[in-house]
Write a protein that binds this ligand. Sequence first.
Ligand code: FES
Length: 200
Amino acid sequence: MSFHPKMEYAPARFHKSARTLPDPGGDFTYTAENQAKFDANVQRYPPDQRKSAILYALYLAQRQQGFLTRAAMAHVAGQIRCTTADVEDVVSYYTMFYTKPVGTYVLNVCRTLSCALLGAERVTEAISEKLGIKVGETDASGMFTLIEVECLGACDRAPVVMVNDDWEERLAPEQVGEFIDHVRAKGRAAFTGCHLHKEK
Ligand code: FES
């Protein structure tokens, strides 16, 4: 069901559903700095629960390379001491892990109920029109990638768009054009951040 007259709510629009084998990529190992970060993090878990560090291990690999190739997943598997298939399972589940290059800013539009009721699909549509891209694509400048995600946990401040590790809340569809222009001009300074924190 869709809350938007022109857009279908269908799995085919969700970038994870169009799953393909990850890019094999070239040789991958952590930088010395990232290896030290991983080694420090994995100490937090009992030796027989090393897998608990997998999200952080993948986060480091993605921050280092921009997206996760199969070689990077194999490296993480070696660090965690599990199979590459185990790592792929995790990567394919979480929308914040990318298996192809993305733009400088990844616009994660929440499409779950509260956001949908307050116009999230029109936000996605406005971003698509502004940037000339569909969900799952990166614009020609390489600056923006558009994806849709499920609830971001800020339902009372819908519609919500997570931009990389930052937050844009209560983004009305008619504000999208100005928002994109501000991000182009100001970068991270353009984001409203978490209102919950501000309203305390
Ligand atoms: S429904 Fe969008 S943040 Fe919860």
